[in-house]
Design a protein around this ligand. Sequence first.
Ligand code: SF4
Length: 202
Amino acid sequence: MVKQVIYKLQQNNMAGYFVQGNNELIHLLTTLIKPGDTVGCGDSVTLEETGVFNFLRNGNFVFYDKHRPNLTSEEKRELYLKNFSADTFITGTNAITHDGKLFNIDGNGSRVAPMLYGPKQVIAVAGINKLVGTVEDAIKRTRQIAAPLDAKRLGKDTPCTKLDKCIDCRHNQRICNDFVLITGQFVKDRIKVIIVNKTLGY
Ligand code: SF4
């Protein structure tokens, strides 16, 4: 199945890679991100769990670390804008369909916007649990599994944090504002998708 997904990603002008675990993932990243490069990131449990954030913090990169403690909202906004001109933007992704499309839901767009335009390359890292059949499956998975867990992680007071399911709320803390499906790229291999052979994030 992974082979098929990578083939479909390639047909959509995106590169696909399959690695067995964290060490192989980090090794691959050292070949994709050059020393001295500017690197922005999206919020991602997967990148935290795989040690990618620490790799970027400790490596020879100019890392726009959005998780630095005590960042003001103005400083965060500056980082988000710098992400558009980064050499690399690295992120997780909510779902990858069997026909090689990426689906994400975002709250303020700071994660999905640089995926769409700006950074020279985008690296999306995902566990095999993010592989889904169709776009409908991707939307369902993200809304009913990922978004409620993410709302909990972010300490939101939205209905899903109590019900463990999405009811398409209109709560003022709603985190589901942007529904973005990436079906291809103009620039070949600008988006690189790394599938890790384990369950990661949600
Ligand atoms: S739309 Fe509302 S209820 Fe549904 S997952 Fe998003 S924040 Fe939760």
